[in-house]
Design a protein around this ligand. Structure first.
Ligand SMILES: Nc1ncnc2c1ncn2[C@@H]1O[C@H](COP(=O)(O)OP(=O)(O)O)[C@@H](O)[C@H]1O
Ligand SMILES: O=P(O)(O)O[C@H]1O[C@H](CO)[C@@H](O[C@H]2O[C@H](CO)[C@@H](O)[C@H](O)[C@H]2O)[C@H](O)[C@H]1O
Length: 545
């Protein structure tokens, strides 16, 4: 990649933008975890806009925030944020990982690399200082608007002269995580740089503000600021958000995996062994989940957070979206069937053969009487979204469902959709542990399935009992046990079908986990069929009517 112009002319260097679109971006984004279009038929990735972070700094090259547009053979294009830096050869002490290097490049005879700027300390510090100062950065290109930085209450200043420290958090997730602090105090703040962008305020900012200010919910990290791109006459686009850093946390996914080790060692010895603490921790998460939903149910004048009944519009939305998801997943499964292992293929058959029954089950949602209500929910609730402290939990990542449009992410659902998400996650934790361990290599997949189901069901019931018990008495969010069971089945099925796509795209050896989740729901639906054995799920301890 060559330009006769210096990197400071990049914002208007149209030829170079075209070169990037032709030779670099399509391949590069497909190596990035944050690019969600991998499973779609792509038709191109181009530079749509270039935002300049600040004027050419005295101490080096400028930084840009590129807005990329990814286009597809079907469906809407997507926008992504890519911070861009040019690192001339021999000029940096930053460790830029291979995954952060877009290409070699020469600007005005100066050779170097174009890199994802998050790996450049000077870029991270520039972002932080803009946020701390609530800066407005007016864009040099006509009509490109402004970058608006807004500081929040949780942002702590360092003592004069205390050096700012920063790093990229090595997490594998849909956005990028940066951490900041001061040399004398250590790491204090966590910044999320959004990758996939939406022409609206990101729901995460709304949710964190409501939970803190109206809901009084303490189990989230305090809000420390945000930055947006404001173009004339349009809604601001959220580019980043900062919260307090939760130190010494452990991802609940890892923690659950750790306490499953006892189980793992016991299984080959034909024992059932799990510490009682495990169930206490699961119950605590059930309670915190219920408290989050009670906070989101708080009375408010803000229509974005009113509770609402199951309206015809919502029923049409859910059945339409579900039917579309099912069709896409059936196609994906058919196209990838040969890549699956025999156990996954068997489960896939059960799913494909149950198509008509599933379609009827989903269609029934359109007219079935429902007296429960809907609120804003977390929307992408799983163990990876809960940070475990030694004695408690902190809930993070309120951005909503990764595959949904921004408008859809703000739609209210039964809070049982979150509950279903966490139940699916416990199913994953048990399955992933047992099926991927050296300790269980000699045990047949069928036997492993039986023992993992046993443990999973105990965990599921512990979580669900603690969740429902927290409401204390009948609560208007849940009409009765029959509706709790029915809605849980709907949302469990929807989540497992969603996960099937995620696993086929990213972790093909895990495909059997969501497939087993789908088959479990199919077995429950069969019991509800005429002639089927009508049996409600074991745990639904509320007796509301
Ligand atoms: N406030 C925080 N303090 C410390 N670590 C955090 C904080 N928020 C998130 N993380 C870490 O960053 C990871 C990614 O955050 P998350 O909100 O899930 O981002 P994404 O939207 O990219 O999935 C989390 O799994 C967790 O390890
Ligand atoms: O964390 P994201 O918001 O990017 O969510 C995506 O990735 C998740 C995996 O990291 C994926 O979650 C699935 O796998 C988890 C275990 O790794 C499990 O706990 C979840 O229950 C399961 O859904 C999520 O579906 C996807 O959207």
């Amino acid at each position: 990649m060559n330009s006769t112009l210096p990197f400071s002319a990049f914002a208007t260097d149209i030829d170079l933008h075209a070169q990037l679109a032709a030779d670099v971006l399509p391949a590069y984004v497909n190596t990035c975890r944050w690019f969600a279009g991998k499973a779609r038929q792509q038709t191109g990735v181009r530079v749509q806009s270039v935002l300049t972070l600040a004027d050419q700094p005295a101490d080096g090259q400028p930084f840009y925030l590129l807005i990329l547009e990814a286009t597809y053979a079907d469906g809407e294009p997507e926008q992504y944020q890519l911070p861009l830096a040019f690192v001339p050869d021999g000029t940096t002490t930053d460790a830029i990982p291979d995954k952060g290097i877009l290409t070699t490049a020469t600007f005005a005879d100066m050779p170097g690399h174009l890199v994802d700027a998050i790996y450049v300390a000077r870029f991270r510090e520039a972002l932080f200082r803009h946020l701390a100062a609530s800066d407005v950065v007016t864009q040099p290109v006509d009509g490109a608007g402004q970058l608006l930085f807004s500081r929040g209450l949780g942002l702590a200043d360092g003592a004069p002269g205390d050096a700012l420290i920063s790093r990229v958090l090595p997490v594998d997730s849909s956005n990028s995580a940066l951490v900041f602090g001061y040399a004398s105090q250590g790491e204090l703040l966590f910044m999320k740089l959004y990758r996939k962008l939406f022409a609206q305020t990101n729901p995460e900012v709304e949710m964190v503000a409501f939970l803190t200010e109206t809901g009084g919910f303490g189990a989230i990290p305090a809000y420390a600021g945000q930055f947006t791109w404001q173009q004339p006459g349009t809604e601001p686009i959220t580019l980043g958000m900062m919260q307090r850093m939760v130190a010494d946390n452990k991802d609940s996914w890892d923690m659950t995996g750790d306490y499953l080790n006892d189980f793992l060692y016991a299984v080959p010895n034909r024992l059932f062994a799990v510490k009682e603490d495990v169930f206490e921790k699961v119950a605590l998460l059930g309670r915190r989940t219920a408290e989050m939903h009670l906070a989101l149910y708080k009375k408010t004048d803000d229509p974005a957070f009113f509770s609402e009944p199951f309206t015809d519009d919502y029923r049409t939305f859910l059945t339409g979206r579900f039917t579309d998801l099912l069709n896409r997943r059936y196609d994906l499964l058919v196209n990838n069937y040969d890549r699956l292992d025999p156990q996954a293929q068997r489960l896939a058959w059960v799913f494909m053969e149950a198509k008509e029954m599933i379609d009827d089950f989903v269609a029934d949602f359109q007219t079935r009487p429902l007296g429960s209500c809907r609120i804003r929910i977390h929307g992408d609730y799983h163990l990876g979204q809960v940070l475990a402290l030694p004695d408690d939990y902190v809930i993070i990542d309120f951005e909503g469902e990764p595959e949904s449009t921004i408008a859809d992410r703000k739609i209210k659902h039964s809070p049982l959709k979150d509950v279903a998400g966490m139940i699916r996650s416990y199913h994953y934790a048990v399955s992933a542990k047992l099926f991927n361990a050296a300790e269980t290599e000699g045990i047949s997949p069928e036997k492993l399935q039986v023992v993992s189901d046993r443990w999973y069901k105990l965990i599921r019931d512990t979580y669900l009992d603690a969740y429902l018990d927290t409401f204390g008495s009948p609560h208007p969010m849940f009409y009765d046990n029959g509706e709790i069971n029915y809605l849980l089945l709907i949302y469990l099925l929807e989540k497992a079908v969603y996960e099937l796509g995620y696993e086929i795209s990213y972790r093909p050896t895990w495909v059997k986990i969501p497939l087993k989740g789908i088959v479990d729901v199919i077995r429950e639906i069969e019991k509800l069929q005429p002639g089927g054995q009508h049996r409600q799920m074991a745990s639904a301890p509320l007796h509301l009517v």
